[in-house]
Design a protein around this ligand. Structure first.
Ligand code: NDP
Ligand code: 8X3
Length: 247
């Protein structure tokens, strides 16, 4: 299979690139940071093709896809993993620019890559699109405002993709992870490495390997099986009661 992973320069994306490559598949690893793409290429070798791509820039996506050598063009699996949370401030004081960046990346970027690759998958009547949302798309928490909403968008977009793709050979799946460590997610969100480390203190969070395993399983199931949605959490994470502010 040929697998294109967005946001493959760290965390889940890098691990998914490793996983598919280790199992003999060809991986197109994309992201903005060229030095990280170079490191991944050096680590994985010939089964990876690294292509710079900023999902917030339609021209960058189109250029990346147009640059693919002929033998890399028939993409079987698209993993829409690129994404980020920025900040934990409440809605009333959150940065509007940060909100816009999350929407541009998590929603607009994901639909753009999908829309550009979908017709070719349908022509071949073969393909799997795996979107990475989050438990934050289903469960509200203070400070998740636009991040959680952007992931709810990913969840529903995936279901609606499925509705449009029914009866075709193209599948659409959503993976919604809960607390996951070993990535740069909290460093990017909090812009404070010490605070980011604290997020995982005293926990055994999900790991990039757990997410890569899930994506690999989804992509390698028999062609007639479509996993619509998987939500996974570490065993240390659970549900809180609804909050009541008392006078
Ligand atoms: P990381 O910060 O480690 O990885 C995020 C990846 O997204 C990086 O490779 C980054 O690459 C890429 N990215 C960000 N913005 C862009 C952009 N504009 N264009 C292209 N690539 C971009 O975090 P995770 O691995 O944890 O996150 C991966 C996904 O999983 C995200 O969608 C996140 O929301 C989701 N998720 C994470 C959870 C967690 O707890 N860690 C839990 C649930 C979901 P670069 O900067 O090089 O462009
Ligand atoms: C990341 C999970 O709980 O930090 O999507 O929002 S959480």
């Amino acid at each position: 299979m040929i697998v294109l992973v967005t946001g493959a320069t760290s965390g889940f994306g890098a691990e998914m690139a490793r996983k598919f490559a280790q199992h003999g598949h060809k991986v197109i690893a994309t992201g903005r940071r060229q030095d990280r793409l170079d490191e991944l290429a050096a680590e994985i070798g010939a089964s990876v093709l690294t292509v710079p791509m900023d999902v917030t820039d339609k021209a960058s996506i189109a250029a990346a896809l147009a640059s693919l050598p002929p033998e890399w063009q028939e993409i079987d699996v698209l993993i829409n993993n690129a994404g980020l949370a920025l900040g934990v401030a409440p809605a009333q004081s959150a940065s509007l620019e940060q909100w816009e960046t999350m929407i541009e990346t998590n929603c607009k970027g994901l639909v753009t890559v999908t829309r550009l690759l979908l017709p070719e998958m349908l022509k071949r009547n073969r393909g799997t699109i795996i979107n990475i949302s989050s438990s934050a798309g289903a469960y509200a928490y203070p400070g998740a405002n636009v991040y959680g909403a952007s992931k709810a968008f990913v969840d529903q977009f995936t279901r609606n993709l499925r509705a449009d793709l029914v009866g075709t050979g193209v599948r659409a799946s959503n993976i919604a992870p809960g607390l996951a460590g070993g990535t740069e997610f909290s460093n990017v969100r909090l812009k404070d490495d010490a605070a980011a480390a604290k997020v995982y203190e005293g926990t055994v969070p999900l790991s990039p390997a757990d997410i890569a395993e899930t994506a690999y399983w989804i992509a390698t199931l028999p062609a007639h099986v479509n996993i619509n949605h998987i939500e996974l959490m570490p065993t240390c994470q659970g549900f809180g009661p609804l909050f009541i502010k008392r006078n």
